[in-house]
Structure formats: C-alpha cells, structure tokens
Design a protein around this ligand. Structure first.
Ligand code: XIL
Length: 488
C-alpha cells in the first residue's frame, strides 16, 4: 500500500522548509494559495540552486521509493524554468537529482512538479525547489511525499556488460558518494570497469575557495573504485560551470586581470592533476569551450566559435593551451581530453576539429583525445555521430563517448514502444562504436540507473528504477543481434 509520509500546506508555518543558502526569504503568505489560504513565498534568491528545502533524512527508509509532489506559482520574472530535485549526501560528496522541471509563466495557474526517487542511503537527504533563473521568486504549496509500494531493487544475475566488451574498450559509468556501498556499488562493479565522478572532481567541488582544496569526497570515490579494480577518469579540470566565481571573476562581477585568472586556472589544474596522479588514467582537461548554433562559416574559425566563458573573458583564447600544458606538466602519463556535447552537430565538431588540430600542431601530442559527451535523444541520427567520430580520428587522436544517455519518455515514464526505440538507438550507436574500437578509448554511460540519472524524468540509462536491465542494456550488450531482431 502507498502511504502518506509528509504533507505541508503552509497554513501556519514553513513546515520544516528552510532556504538552501540561508539567504532566501521564506514567508507564510496569504497572497496566493492552492489549498487553504496560505502558501510559502520564496524570495531573495540570487543563484540558480537557491530555494526552499526540506530535510527528510529521518523520515525515509533505505531501499524504498518515494513520490514527491509540490505545486508552484511563479511571481517573477515573466517566465522561468522551475525544478523539483532531491539531494543525497552533503558537502562535496552530495548528488543532486532532478525529479521534474517545467517552464512556467506568470500567467500560469499553479503547476505541479512531481517525481519518484528510491533512496539507497540515509546520509543527508532533502527535497527542494530551484529555478534556472537565479532571481526568480515563486510560491509553493501542497507538498506531499508518499512512500511507494514498488518492487525492491535487485542486482540481476545477468552477464556483465563489460564482459561483452573485453575485445573492444572499457565501459564506464558515473559515481558519487551514494554509490560507494550496498546495491548501487554491486551494480556498478558488476557491469562497468571505468568510472567518472559525477560531480566530485569538478573545480567548484575541489577548490570552492582560493587555496582551499577539498579532496575527501573525490578521494573516497577514486579509492573505492580502485579497490574494486575499476579505473578512474578525471572530470574536469576546467569548465565554465560548477566552478567558483572567485577563479575568474572579481567581487564586482568583472573578469579578473589576465595574470591572476591564468594563475588560478593553471595552479588548480596542476594541484588537482598531481593529487590524482597514478590514480586516474585520463582527464577531461577542458569541458564545453565551443559554442552551440554555429554556422559552417563560423565553425571554420575556432577562435570565433569559442563560448564567451568567464575564462575566455579574463584570459583570452590561450587559456585553452595553458590549461592543457599545466595538466601535461603535472601528469604526463594521463591521457588528456577535450570534452564537449552536441559534437554530432557537424559545425560544432568542425570547430573542435580545427581547435585540436592547431593546438596539436603547435604542441605535438598535447591533446590525446576528444570526448563526445553523447547526451542524445530519439531524434539523434547515428550517422551524424559516426561522421564526427571519423572526423576526429582523422586528426590522430582517440575518441571516447564520455557521457552517453538517450532521453525518452517524460515524467519518468517510458512506454514499451519508446523503450524499444531507445534500445534500438543504443544498439545502432554501440554497433558504430565497435567498428571504431581501434580508436575508441572508452564508452561511458552518464547514470547508473534511470532513477538516479540527472535526466531521471527522461529515463535515459540502461537500468530501470529497480535496477532491472532494460531493453537498452541488451541492445548495448549485443547490438547487431538486437538490430537484426528488431529492425523494422
Ligand atoms: C551534471 C551532473 O550529472 C549533475 O548531477 C549536476 O547537477 C550538473 O552536471 N555535461 C557534463 C557533466 O560535463 O558534468 C554534467 O553533469 C552533465 C552535462
């Protein structure tokens, strides 16, 4: 039986909700209400992650699934994306899972955000509402949390995915603190032989404030994986996201002087690469430096195709070679990657091609590989992916598929048909990857199971919320047989 665990109507109090940053202003307000006469008004946000949060650590049981529902009404601005998420763990070991996001407008009536999550640890656990618009304000009302009576998670007795790839390339997954024990670790170690930390090795996690390095959470992941014979890939030494603003921006929001930003960038890269030296086989040195929406003409000039990131603004386009050189100096044995998404787009791929070509001509052997993230959906054309793989290989670098997931379905629901379409696309992609095995470093899936994926609402991984292998798993295991069986 489903059973109600928690309900908040904000008739008299904030019912346990607090601001995630402590700076938000949460007030019980009678200006709007979905039920009763009050709602919780959320103002004073200044960052996208700010918002009302409820600590449910003591309320939940390990292994159970919970459905969380909250109703929201936007106050300002005119439009904003609002998300319901859950946090598992705290500090740099935390993981953040989006349960549902919706685009809402001032004119919309109350809108429900809802999602289901299975908790496999009872370290700190919270549910919260945030908005991609840093300063958006909104009301929330009628929060409910219900314990589901669903199948318990089990690790099935099936052939490990990695065993199907011993003659091809390592098969990867991601990990955060919640994956270091119990069933999650069992599933991870059974099927995968290389791991990327989902968040713990990003700049903002490793050096939140200047000179303050926080390696504990990342070390725990790396050491646990190595103890289980799983290799580690490092992600990421430089990025425009999940990076403390202090690194490149001053208190007034202006770019730091070039030399100061350059020093922050390279000393971070060196310290981090040295710290993990011998424990990681490869690094995403730089993540997502190229723009989207390029024309063919722009893509021919990679400098003109660069994302206008705070790093570019503070340093100039040689920040790219600087961070690769720093990483090379600190860990000459690790394979150094440039990593980006949408590289199945021909123009974006061409800009990356031109950039890597020029840098490797200037500094032979500097960039070892190009990472194609691979956040795909049912419209992705495998031929586009293959064309980019060929283009990158022609540069003499290796290619890895670094963050593969295929979005399908909505609200965490995947119809049998969508599940099959998703599996077919996995099969077509893995069939291509196999053909290029000589030049493919690894293929990593971004998410162990659908329930814990950053796109949990779009069920994009190989395992369902009970850890049961989906058709996508069998498609990845034996792509050609799968295609032969299901080809329409
Ligand atoms: C995502 C994580 O999965 C989320 O938990 C986090 O909130 C945001 O970042 N490209 C990348 C990854 O290189 O680091 C991102 O990971 C997904 C997109």
């Amino acid at each position: 039986m489903r059973s109600a665990l928690f309900r908040a109507d904000f008739e008299a109090a904030a019912d346990g909700f607090v601001g995630r940053s402590q700076n938000e202003i949460l007030t019980v307000s009678d200006e709007a209400a979905l039920s009763g006469v009050h709602a919780l008004k959320v103002e004073g946000r200044t960052s996208s992650w700010h918002g009302p949060s409820l600590d449910i650590t003591q309320k939940i049981s390990v292994g159970k699934e919970y459905t969380v529902s909250v109703w929201v009404k936007l106050i300002e601005p005119e439009q904003a994306q609002i998300s319901l998420s859950t946090q598992i763990g705290s500090g740099s070991g935390a993981s953040y899972n989006n349960l549902q996001s919706k685009q809402v407008s001032q004119n919309s009536d109350w809108v429900e955000l809802r999602g289901t999550y299975r908790y496999l640890s009872t370290d700190f656990v919270s549910v919260y509402v945030e908005s991609a618009v840093a300063t958006a304000s909104f009301y929330i009302d009628s929060v409910s949390i219900v314990e589901e009576d669903s199948q318990p998670a089990v690790v099935e007795d099936i052939t490990p995915l990695k065993n199907a790839y011993t003659d091809f390339f390592p098969i990867g997954s991601i990990a955060s603190a919640k994956d270091l024990s119990g069933l999650r670790l069992e599933l991870l170690t059974k099927h995968f032989n290389i791991v990327t930390a989902e968040n713990a090795m990003k700049p903002g996690e490793l050096q939140p404030r200047k000179g303050e390095f926080t390696f504990n959470a990342a070390d725990a992941i790396v050491n646990t994986m190595l103890e289980h014979g799983i290799a580690m890939h490092g992600h990421t030494l430089a990025w425009h996201q999940q990076t403390g603003a202090w690194m490149h921006t001053d208190a007034d929001g202006l770019p730091l002087p070039r030399e100061e930003a350059l020093e922050n960038l390279t000393s971070h890269a060196k310290t981090v690469a040295e710290h993990f030296k011998g424990r990681v086989v490869s690094w995403d040195v730089l993540n997502e430096a190229i723009n989207d929406g390029l024309t063919a003409e722009l893509a021919a000039d990679w400098r003109a195709s660069l994302r206008n990131s705070p790093w570019l603004q503070a340093i100039g386009d040689d920040y790219i070679e600087a961070v690769f050189l720093a990483a090379q100096e600190a860990d000459p044995d690790a394979k150094l990657y440039y990593n980006d998404y949408n590289l199945n787009n021909q123009n974006k791929a061409t800009a990356v091609y031109n950039m890597v070509k020029e840098l490797n001509e200037k500094y032979p052997g500097l960039i070892d590989g190009i990472g194609m993230q691979g956040h795909y959906d049912l419209n992705t054309n495998p031929a586009d992916v293959e064309r980019s793989i060929q283009q990158f290989i022609s540069l003499g670098v290796e290619v890895s598929i670094t963050e593969l997931d295929i979005s399908a379905g909505t609200d965490g629901r995947l119809s049998d048909n969508a599940s099959l379409q998703q599996a077919l696309l996995y099969a077509r992609l893995f069939s291509i990857f196999r053909q290029y095995k000589e030049n493919i470093g690894r293929v990593s899936i971004w998410g162990l199971d659908d329930g814990s994926s950053w796109r949990a609402d779009r069920s994009p991984t190989l395992f369902d919320r009970s850890f049961k292998a989906k058709p996508a798993f069998y498609a990845a295991t034996d792509p050609d047989a799968f295609i032969a069986e299901y080809q329409q």
